[in-house]
Write a protein that binds this ligand. Structure first.
Ligand SMILES: Cc1cc2nc3c(=O)[nH]c(=O)nc-3n(C[C@H](O)[C@H](O)[C@H](O)COP(=O)(O)OP(=O)(O)OC[C@H]3O[C@@H](n4cnc5c(N)ncnc54)[C@H](O)[C@@H]3O)c2cc1C
Length: 538
C-alpha cells in the first residue's frame, strides 16, 4: 500500500479493474490535454467523482507542442484584449507558484533596430507590468546596445540600437500535463489513457455517458456519467457532430517549432521579435538545454495526430532566425521539428481563412442534449477554463453545486509543501527550465526517483534507467513514445538521439509493464521529427 506521501502507482490492470466496477460518475471527461486534465483536477478537488478518458496518451495532442510559454500574451495586448491578458497574467503567477519544478520565470529581450521600436514596445510592456500588478515576475527594462548584446550574445549586432527586456514564464508542457493527471488521481479521479471514446450514450435524449474502446485490447467499456465534457481540443467537432451539431466550432491553425543547439542562443534570455518582415511573431527560446525556434500560424483543415510542417513554414523560421542571429541556423542544424494544431474558436459563419484574427479565448457550449464542449484558450489559462466549465455545468443543472474552486492554492505533485502525495517541505528549484533536462523536473519526488533501480545508470546525460521505471510505475507510460516524447522530452529536443536509445528504453519498459513498448512505431515517428538536409517533410 502506498503511503499518502509516496507516488500513486498507475498500473494499467488496476486502472482497468477500477473502470470495470460500474459506477455512475458525476463527470466523464473526454480528452487528456491541458483542458481535460485541468478540469479533472478542479472537479475532483471539489469532491465530484471523475473519470477522464484519453484516446492516445496524456498531452499527445496540442498540449505537448506549445511554445512552452506561461504568458499573459504580449501580442493580445497589442490587439487591445486587456481582460484576456489580465486573466492570463494572474494564471501565470498561480502556475509558477503551484508548480515551481515545472514552470519558471524567464527574461525575454526584444532587440531594436529602428529608433521607434524601443519606446513603442517599451511602453506596451510597461502596461503589461502594470496589468500584472503584484503578479509581476520582474520589471520591464530599457537596454542599451551593450546591455542587449550582454543578454543576447548571438543577436545580430549590425544596426542594433538597444532593446527591451521583459519577463514571462516558461514551462515543460507535457510534464505539467502529467502533473495535473497525477494530482487529479490523488484527489480520487480515475484517468485512463489509450481509451478512445467512440460514441456518446443517451437516456431519454440526454447524454448519459460514453462508449469507450481500449485501443490496446479492443475491449469496449460503457461508462455512465451525469455530465459528459468534450475536451478534445481541435477534435471537438467529431463528438459534436454525433450529438447533432451541424456547425464546426474549431478552425485549426498549425504552428511549427524547430529545435537547434544552445550555441545558437547562448545566455539565459529568450529572443522575441514582435513583428517579422511579414508581420508575425518569432521566438528563440532556451529550453531544457537547447533552443526552440518558432512559430507559424497556418490554417489547416485536416486534423492529423502528427501533422507535418509545410516547406514554407520551415523556410520562414530559418530565414527569419537568420536575420536576427549571428550564426544562421541551417536545415542540417535542426535536431527536432514538431507541429501543433491550435484549437481556435470559429465565429459563426467564418470560413477560417485568417486564423491570426480568430479568438484566443476559450468557449464553453452546452448542447440541447447536455453535452458540454470546451475548447480554445491556451495552456496558461487551463485553470480558469476549468472553473468556467464547472460553473456552466452547475448552472445547467448537470452537476449539483459543490462550492468554489480549490485549485488556486493547490500545489501540484512534485511541488513539495502542501500537496497530498508530496514528500513534504518546499522544494528549492536551483536551475532554470532553460537548463538541460534532468532530475529537477521531479521536484520533491526526486527522493522516490533516487530509490528506484537504475538511479545511477544513465542512457543519456539526462535520462536514467530509474526515470524510465518511474514513468512506467507512476506516470502512466505504456510505450517508448510515451517515455521519450512526454515523460522525458528527448524526442522534442533531439530526435536522432531519441531513436538511438529507443531499444534500451523499450527493454526497461517491457520489464516493468510486460506490454509491447512498440519500438518500430517510435522509430517511424522519430524519423518525422528529423529534418534531413534537402528532404523536408511534406
Ligand atoms: C504552436 C502552438 C504554440 C502554442 N504555444 C502556447 C504557449 O506558449 N503558451 C500557452 O499558454 N499556450 C500555447 N498554445 C496553446 C495550447 O497549447 C493549447 O491551447 C492547449 O494545449 C489545448 O489543450 P486541449 O486540452 O484543449 O487540447 P489537446 O491537448 O489537443 O487535448 C485534446 C485531447 O483529446 C484527445 N482526444 C481526441 N478525441 C478523443 C476521443 N474520441 N476520445 C478520447 N480522447 C480524445 C486527444 O488525443 C488529445 O490528447 C500553443 C498552441 C500551439 C498549437
Amino acid at each position: 500500500m502506498p503511503t499518502l506521501a509516496s507516488p500513486l502507482p498507475t498500473r494499467r490492470a488496476d486502472l482497468m479493474a477500477r473502470l470495470n466496477k460500474r459506477t455512475v460518475y458525476d463527470l466523464a471527461i473526454v480528452g487528456g490535454g491541458a483542458t481535460g486534465l485541468g478540469l479533472a483536477l478542479d472537479a475532483a478537488s471539489r469532491g465530484y467523482s471523475v473519470v477522464l478518458l484519453e484516446s492516445d496518451d496524456f498531452a499527445k495532442g496540442t498540449s505537448s507542442r506549445s511554445t512552452k510559454l506561461v504568458h499573459g500574451g504580449v501580442r493580445y495586448l497589442a490587439q487591445g484584449n486587456i481582460a484576456l491578458v489580465r486573466e492570463a497574467l494572474h494564471e501565470r503567477s498561480t502556475l509558477l507558484h503551484n508548480a515551481p519544478h515545472i514552470a519558471q520565470a524567464l527574461p525575454f529581450v526584444m532587440p531594436s533596430y529602428a529608433w521607434w521600436e524601443k519606446p513603442f514596445y517599451g511602453v506596451g510592456l510597461k502596461l503589461y507590468d502594470a496589468l500584472a500588478g503584484r503578479s509581476g515576475l520582474g520589471r520591464t527594462e530599457f537596454l542599451s546596445r551593450r546591455e542587449t548584446l550582454a543578454s543576447l550574445p548571438s543577436v545580430q549586432p549590425e544596426g542594433l540600437r538597444g532593446g527591451v527586456m521583459y519577463w514571462d514564464g516558461q514551462f515543460n508542457d507535457a510534464k505539467l500535463a502529467l502533473a495535473l493527471a497525477r494530482s487529479a488521481a490523488l484527489q480520487g479521479a480515475l484517468l485512463i489513457n489509450r481509451m478512445r471514446v467512440e460514441r456518446l450514450r443517451y437516456t431519454d435524449g440526454q447524454v448519459s455517458g460514453v462508449h469507450g474502446v481500449d485501443t490496446l485490447t479492443g475491449q469496449s467499456h460503457e461508462i455512465e456519467a451525469r455530465c459528459v465534457v468534450n475536451a478534445t481540443g481541435v477534435w471537438v467537432d467529431a463528438l459534436r457532430e454525433q450529438d447533432g451539431s451541424t456547425q464546426a466550432m474549431v478552425a485549426p491553425s498549425q504552428g511549427v517549432h524547430m529545435v537547434v543547439d544552445k550555441a545558437f542562443l547562448p545566455g539565459d534570455a529568450a529572443l522575441m521579435v514582435p513583428k517579422t518582415a511579414d508581420g508575425r511573431v518569432l521566438f528563440a527560446v532556451p529550453w531544457l538545454g537547447q533552443v526552440i525556434l518558432g512559430t507559424t500560424d497556418t490554417p489547416r483543415d485536416d486534423l492529423a495526430p502528427e501533422p507535418l510542417a509545410f516547406e514554407s513554414e520551415i523556410d520562414f523560421i530559418l530565414q527569419e532566425s537568420a536575420r536576427y542571429l549571428t550564426r544562421p541556423p541551417q536545415r542540417s542544424d535542426v535536431k527536432s521539428i514538431w507541429v501543433g494544431l491550435r484549437p481556435l474558436v470559429k465565429p459563426a459563419q467564418d470560413e477560417g481563412d485568417n486564423t491570426k484574427a480568430l479568438s484566443r479565448e476559450h468557449t464553453v457550449l452546452v448542447s440541447r442534449s447536455g453535452l458540454v464542449t470546451v475548447t480554445g484558450g491556451k495552456w496558461t489559462t487551463y485553470r480558469a477554463m476549468a472553473e468556467d466549465v464547472l460553473q456552466k455545468c452547475v448552472a445547467s443543472a448537470l452537476l449539483a453545486p459543490r462550492g468554489g474552486a480549490r485549485t488556486e492554492h493547490l500545489p501540484l505533485v512534485g511541488a513539495g509543501g502542501g500537496e497530498v502525495g508530496g514528500a513534504g517541505g518546499p522544494v528549492s528549484v536551483p536551475v532554470s527550465i532553460g537548463a538541460p533536462e534532468g532530475v529537477h523536473s521531479y521536484g520533491s519526488e526526486q527522493v522516490w526517483l533516487a530509490q528506484l533501480p537504475g538511479a545511477d545508470t544513465w542512457l543519456t546525460p539526462s535520462l536514467s534507467e530509474a526515470m524510465v521505471r518511474f514513468a512506467a510505475r507512476y506516470e502512466y507510460a505504456l510505450s517508448v513514445e510515451d517515455v521519450l516524447a512526454r515523460r522525458s522530452r528527448l524526442l522534442f529536443l533531439d530526435a536522432r538521439l531519441a531513436a538511438q536509445i529507443a531499444p534500451a528504453v523499450a527493454a526497461i519498459l517491457q520489464s516493468e509493464t510486460g506490454l509491447d513498448p512498440d519500438v518500430s512505431g517510435f522509430l517511424k515517428l522519430a524519423a518525422q521529427y528529423m529534418l534531413e538536409d534537402g528532404s523536408a517533410p511534406l
